[in-house]
Design a protein around this ligand. Structure first.
Ligand code: HEM
Length: 179
């Protein structure tokens, strides 16, 4: 099998795994009855989740600047750190939603359409970004840098958007639901 065929063979499993993760999250958030908990550590999870989004966004930015300057070692380390931070995010997100269902937004007025635009675009793009991250990493691992670069042109801005809007959703909820 030539490297191109070997590289392409992974696309099916990557899309399958991404779909399984997303289907599980959909069930967890919208269908599973939450195991409600008052524990302090559960209440701190949204702040930790928003911080992990911030870490991913910073690592992505450093990784892009590094590869633009030709510093491959920093690019690789930053992108792997962004992936680890997003993976830890996903694990804690699952734990949080095991205890806590969907959060109702209590804000009124102009902030409502703004919040829902950010939230809905965040959710839709987070669905798209999961297989894109896997594929970008896979093409880097298999040294198909032409494909890596082509797909990363989409992965990078979408991942950045999802990370930054994740922080915004947290900040808006904290401001308007606390009021
Ligand atoms: C999912 C995480 C990653 C993202 C989002 C990403 C993003 C990017 C982007 C946007 C470029 C093109 C930069 C330009 O416009 O010039 C690029 C190039 C590159 N990336 Fe990544 N990268 C990731 C992970 C990796 C990993 C893990 C490796 C190494 C194993 C790697 C190695 C490279 C190399 C060598 C190039 C330069 C390719 C060339 O110029 O021919 N990347 N990456």
């Amino acid at each position: 099998m030539n490297p191109d065929e070997q590289s392409s063979k992974a696309i099916g499993p990557i899309i399958g795994i991404s779909f399984a993760i997303l289907a599980f999250l959909f069930w967890l958030i919208y269908f599973k009855t939450p195991a409600y908990s008052d524990a302090g550590w559960v209440k701190t999870l949204p702040t930790i989740l928003a911080s992990l989004n911030a870490v991913s966004a910073c690592c992505l930015a450093v990784g892009l600047v590094a590869i633009k300057r030709g510093i491959k070692r920093v690019h690789i380390a930053s992108m792997i750190s962004a992936t680890v931070s997003s993976a830890v995010f996903l694990i804690l997100y699952i734990i949080y939603h095991h205890y806590h269902g969907n959060t109702k937004f209590l804000g009124e007025g102009i902030i409502r359409p703004i919040y829902f635009f950010i939230l809905i675009s965040h959710i839709l793009l987070s669905v798209v970004v999961v297989p894109l991250i896997f594929l970008t990493l896979w093409f880097a691992k298999t040294k198909r840098y032409d494909r890596h670069k082509r797909i990363a042109k989409w992965t990078f801005p979408i991942w950045m958007y999802v990370s930054v809007t994740g922080i915004l959703v947290y900040l808006i909820l904290n401001t308007f639901n606390a009021a």
